[in-house]
Design a protein around this ligand. Sequence first.
Ligand SMILES: *[C@@H]1O[C@H](CO)[C@@H](O)[C@H](O)[C@H]1NC(C)=O
Ligand SMILES: *[C@@H]1O[C@H](CO)[C@@H](O)[C@H](O)[C@H]1NC(C)=O
Ligand SMILES: *[C@@H]1O[C@H](CO)[C@@H](O)[C@H](O)[C@H]1NC(C)=O
Ligand SMILES: *[C@@H]1O[C@H](CO)[C@@H](O)[C@H](O)[C@H]1NC(C)=O
Ligand SMILES: *[C@@H]1O[C@H](CO)[C@@H](O)[C@H](O)[C@H]1NC(C)=O
Ligand SMILES: *[C@@H]1O[C@H](CO)[C@@H](O)[C@H](O)[C@H]1NC(C)=O
Ligand SMILES: *[C@@H]1O[C@H](CO)[C@@H](O)[C@H](O)[C@H]1NC(C)=O
Ligand SMILES: *[C@@H]1O[C@H](CO)[C@@H](O)[C@H](O)[C@H]1NC(C)=O
Ligand SMILES: *[C@@H]1O[C@H](CO)[C@@H](O)[C@H](O)[C@H]1NC(C)=O
Ligand SMILES: [Fe+2]
Length: 557
Amino acid sequence: MSVKLVLAAFAGIATMVVGVPLPNETYPLATVPGTTPFNKVEPLQQRVAFIDANNMAVSWNTYASLPDSEATVHYGLDPLNLDQVAYSNQTTFETSRTFSHHAVLSGLQPKTLYHYRVAHTNCYACNTLPTYTFTTPRSPADTEPYSIAVVADMGLMGPDGLTTVAGTGAAGTLLPNETNTVQSLAQNLDAFEHIIHIGDLAYADYFIKESVGGYFGADNEIVNQTQVVERYEELNEEFYDQITPLTSSKAYMVAVGNHESNCDNGGVTDKTHNISYTASYCMPGQTNFTAYAEHWNMPGTPGAAKNFWYSYDDGMVHYIILDFETDFGQGIYGPDEVGGTGKQMSGSRGKVNEQIDWLKADLAKVDRTKTPWVLAFGHRPYYVSIADARCTQCQEAFEPVLNAGGVDLVMTGHDHVYSRSTAVYNNTADPAGYNDPKYPVYITNGLGGHYDGMDDMDATLPANIEFGIEHVYGWSRLYFANATHMRQDFVASRNSSVLDSFWLYKSRGGNTSPVTTTSKGNNGNGHGSHTSTSSSHHSTPTHKQNGQNGQGQNGQN
Ligand SMILES: *[C@@H]1O[C@H](CO)[C@@H](O)[C@H](O)[C@H]1NC(C)=O
Ligand SMILES: *[C@@H]1O[C@H](CO)[C@@H](O)[C@H](O)[C@H]1NC(C)=O
Ligand SMILES: *[C@@H]1O[C@H](CO)[C@@H](O)[C@H](O)[C@H]1NC(C)=O
Ligand SMILES: *[C@@H]1O[C@H](CO)[C@@H](O)[C@H](O)[C@H]1NC(C)=O
Ligand SMILES: *[C@@H]1O[C@H](CO)[C@@H](O)[C@H](O)[C@H]1NC(C)=O
Ligand SMILES: *[C@@H]1O[C@H](CO)[C@@H](O)[C@H](O)[C@H]1NC(C)=O
Ligand SMILES: *[C@@H]1O[C@H](CO)[C@@H](O)[C@H](O)[C@H]1NC(C)=O
Ligand SMILES: *[C@@H]1O[C@H](CO)[C@@H](O)[C@H](O)[C@H]1NC(C)=O
Ligand SMILES: *[C@@H]1O[C@H](CO)[C@@H](O)[C@H](O)[C@H]1NC(C)=O
Ligand SMILES: [Fe+2]
């Protein structure tokens, strides 16, 4: 039944006051992403996150405000006896049409499966609300192998986002029935234990660009400020609905990207109507990382920097999530950072050097006997297969600290390509390659996929880049075999094929032997600077190339 029919069926009681319970059998749950539920306090967009081995965050949204004492999570080991309860804190922001609720479930055991149901005390039919499961992180020092998924630059899928139909200005479409990245992650949910999304989440800020590109149809083109508010929020809500199959059962850990702040990348021109939109068209609440800051509950103490830089442990890995948009420190880039133009970014979070000082302190605290692996994640790359798209500010700010801290692997997104560097520091490759290097290895994977498509990588890969892939949507899987061996795979969303795979070996002072590095340089649209038989890197004719609409790579991702 379509949503319209469902609503029509309840037209007679449509004046019912929000929150008042309905008879159980007349309690339609929202089923269509992006549509407003009949019951305005129905819990939606359930998303879990790690706090630590004994505490888990559960967040969700409702279309009406709920007192904290009424918004609850029931949880336990037995799905038929959810004997524990957690209460939440509600947050919202200027232009939001929904309310986020954040609860922390405490008293948990590590590496344990729990069942939970988000509810509200006034719900008449709580038993019709869905029950989900999550697994708590492993304790540090747990040496069992496991995998995680990493994605960046994902955005909306479907008619309002990445689809088989490209609007004006879009640079890559899906093939008919092609499996997109959200679907691929959902299909492979058993193959990894948690997910990291390294920035550029919903791309809700592209609402004007999408409108100008014809995505919403002539009838729904944005013509006034009311629609600006509505459309941004609709796209954001639709994204959170779409990822619920992932976020409701796997910890979904997030970093900021430029699209969490720089509304419409600073502007867009509607040539048909001769209107130039600037970021000033965006409303308060749609800039400054506002929706991001409000929607998530990552580890770390409450305060301005919450959700922006933090760390957590899962088994033998220490994960560090960083803000590569602002707060570079050193006081040289100004409040609106990345290049310091002040035109796009807004919303730096801390005092000068606060993030860098935090990072140094966090690295100093790592106990390598418990978490031998230390990985860092930030949105923008500085070693990447597009030479002129390097974030040199990020490099200046973070590289010396990450290197000095012995970080093993750094993952980034932003450029809509895949690239794998050699182990490298200060633009100099580590002669050890992947066999016990002293420098970090850098992986960029910005191929999650959003309506605006993918980028071209350089025909000749830049210095220190070993391998790259372009024009294939995908995500990364990290596999931690033990304290000395880990592997990174590029997984093509459309068919789950692994198009690149490499092992990183760290001796940790012992005498274990390295695994031979494996890279699949002849597959798909990849090419490697060291691979003489690589295929043409423009071999997917169905995907339009970027650049034909005057979109450069800089600042547009
Ligand atoms: C809710 O807010 C209160 C007061 O700021 C704080 O003590 C508590 O830890 C918060 N709870 C959650 C689940 O964030
Ligand atoms: C509605 O559900 C509640 C439990 O959630 C149950 O106690 C009650 O009997 C149900 N009412 C009807 C009319 O089915
Ligand atoms: C796409 O999937 C639909 C439904 O399964 C099917 O009817 C259609 O033929 C498929 N289209 C293509 C091009 O494979
Ligand atoms: C904005 O445009 C929509 C759609 O055309 C219209 O329904 C609404 O009344 C307009 N609002 C204002 C304030 O002009
Ligand atoms: C477009 O608008 C600008 C002012 O906003 C005006 O100067 C220019 O003549 C217009 N161009 C056309 C083709 O109407
Ligand atoms: C938030 O963003 C707006 C628009 O970019 C800007 O004018 C304002 O100063 C920002 N506020 C903060 C606290 O960063
Ligand atoms: C990086 O290398 C350049 C030369 O290429 C050198 O001048 C500079 O001092 C090096 N910086 C660091 C931090 O090692
Ligand atoms: C660690 O894992 C690698 C890859 O599976 C394996 O070759 C190696 O023997 C393992 N080392 C130990 C000490 O088990
Ligand atoms: C999977 O898709 C990739 C990317 O298009 C392609 O290179 C590869 O050949 C496909 N693999 C299979 C088994 O179809
Ligand atoms: Fe980006």
